[in-house]
Design a protein around this ligand. Structure first.
Ligand code: MG
Length: 294
């Protein structure tokens, strides 16, 4: 099921999208009053069957013209992110000189984990604030986002997928100068609007083999990144086991799994984003997001 959060006047509504037919159904009336997509994920065991049975009976409208927001517009806490998780990206990052504090082209032995502030989240088609005066080196990173369903701690590799609700797309926009200067990634990764998400939150039952999905990006129509999820150095079960070893994962938690080669600092000289550039990210079955640098 493809779920969306959309804007209706001053309120946020939850919708189910039939992407092939190009239509959206407002399912908010099937949900507890005031429930957003986060609550749907938390209560999926009860609400999933209700949506499956009753959503198709609701009126459909063209999804075109509906203002889609990030599926989880305000996550409960920071988005977990994984750096240096595709081999060719580790190499381009190491060569670029932006990898701090321990510049290296060696593959990481353990997952490199950081986070993005919740206030960095923006919609799948929202404008990206270039933050002139704060950064002059804006870059993009197309990534598969894992959405946790059932929470837990000490989750094993074998049980990991039982805790996955589904998937979305995240563009891990990065201020490279801040990432390098501050020797810790939170600041460079967390500027407002630097985490476009969506358009869909896709439940796991719709994805037969997540490792076969292709993660791709284009800048002004020019292909930049393209790699299958199976190229991840640390796969989804490993990431969930690592994160949950000592941190309780919660329903609705997001994990951005890392970006393939082809980001701006992979070029020599680097190709940073400038106002007017349009970045598109696509993942098989998860749609396309399109964001313009304001
Ligand atoms: Mg990233």
């Amino acid at each position: 099921m493809k779920l969306v959060t959309f804007s209706a006047g001053s309120s946020r509504r939850v919708g189910v999208v039939d992407a092939e037919a190009g239509v959206l159904r407002d399912v908010s009336e099937l949900l507890p009053a005031g429930a957003g997509l986060l609550e749907v994920i938390e209560q999926w065991a009860e609400l999933g069957p209700v949506l499956r049975e009753r959503a198709s009976g609701l009126p459909a409208r063209p999804v075109e013209g509906v203002e889609l927001l990030a599926p989880i517009p305000v996550p409960r806490r920071n988005i977990f992110c994984v750096g240096k998780n595709y081999r060719d990206h580790v190499l381009e990052f190491g060569r670029s000189g932006y990898d701090q504090p321990d510049r290296s082209e060696d593959l990481p032995e353990y997952p490199v984990v950081f986070s993005k502030a919740t206030t960095s989240v923006t919609g799948p088609y929202g404008d990206i604030d270039p933050h002139h005066g704060v950064t002059a080196e804006l870059d993009y990173e197309a990534e598969l986002g894992v959405i946790i369903g059932r929470g837990g701690r000490g989750i094993s590799r074998e049980q990991a997928f039982e805790h996955v609700w589904g998937y979305t797309m995240i563009d891990d926009f990065t201020a490279r100068d801040l990432q390098r200067t501050h020797k810790q990634w939170l600041l460079g990764k967390s500027l407002d609007t630097h985490c476009p998400m969506g358009p869909y939150a896709v439940s796991a039952d719709e994805i037969t083999d997540v490792t076969a999905l292709m993660v791709e990006s284009r800048v002004n129509g020019e292909p930049r990144q393209s790699a299958p999820v199976k190229d991840l150095i640390f796969d989804i079960p490993e990431l969930i086991a690592t994160l949950s070893a000592g941190i309780t994962l919660l329903p609705g938690d997001l994990i951005a799994t890392g970006t393939p080669a082809g980001v701006g600092i992979g070029f020599d000289p680097p190709r940073f984003m400038v106002s007017g550039d349009v970045v598109e990210v696509s993942i098989t079955g998860l749609g396309t997001q399109r964001n313009r640098i304001a």
